[in-house]
Design a binder for this molecule. Structure first.
Ligand code: GSH
Length: 215
């Protein structure tokens, strides 16, 4: 049986993870199509995949009519508009802005500075890429922690899960991959724990994916 939508992703990709969580939260079934980002130099660079996403990145969401969506923010916004319930954005404009602020702290302030493509270029230039990554993760998580201390409740913004939590959880996983101590972010750790009580956040974890490898 072929499912309606396809998600091109990679088990350990934090950006694909965001989309997996949103899909699971909204109860949307997709066919997962693994794109191995490392094996054989990276399947994301195949001409077939680049035709789907010229940035050669996951995630790509292919809709049932073949339309392709890239960039996790655009995909999540699309899912929220096309499938509004259960909601992943609060109703009040100010709170929606707070969620989007947190999303961008991760999406533009942390992840692009520590992704594989940037790290490889830094290493080629003789820079210690892990130190660079830790610097920007710490900077972003510090801002996230301060913001959430003001606007958060059980989750990052108020008492319901939102896009902000969907961006936070994979970023904490990435921080641990860089062996970063996280005690200075107690609010974020508490929210992460709360997120993992929800089935959608469990389902989206890297180790629960069809292409998962030992962590
Ligand atoms: N801004 C993009 C970022 C996508 C991205 O960085 N994807 C990474 C995996 S997390 C990727 O596919 N990298 C390709 C590579 O490592 O060559 C989004 O939010 O979707």
């Amino acid at each position: 049986m072929s499912l309606a939508m396809k998600l091109y992703g990679y088990w350990r990709s934090s950006s694909a993870w965001r989309v997996r969580t949103a899909l699971a939260f909204k109860g949307l079934e997709v066919e997962h199509v693994p794109v191995h980002l490392v094996k054989g130099g990276g399947q994301q660079f195949s001409s077939e995949f680049v035709a789907k996403n010229p940035m050669a990145e996951v995630p790509v969401l292919e809709l049932d009519d073949g339309q392709l969506l890239t960039q996790s923010v655009a995909i999540l916004e699309y899912l929220e508009e096309a499938h509004p319930s259960p909601a992943l954005l609060p109703r009040e404009p100010l709170l929606r802005a707070r969620v989007r602020t947190l999303v961008q702290i991760v999406n533009s302030g942390i992840q692009p500075l520590q992704n594989r493509v940037v790290m490889s270029e830094l290493e080629r230039g003789g820079i210690v890429a892990d130190d660079w990554a830790r610097h920007f993760i710490k900077r972003g998580l510090t801002a996230f922690e301060q913001q959430v201390a003001r606007s958060g409740g059980a989750f990052s913004v108020g008492d319901a899960p939102s896009f902000a939590d969907i961006y936070l959880v994979p970023q904490l996983f990435n921080a641990r991959r860089f062996s970063m101590p996280l005690e200075e972010f107690p609010t974020l750790l508490r929210i992460e724990q709360r997120c993992y009580e929800l089935p959608a956040f469990q389902k989206a974890r890297p180790e629960n994916q069809v292409d998962a490898e030992p962590l």
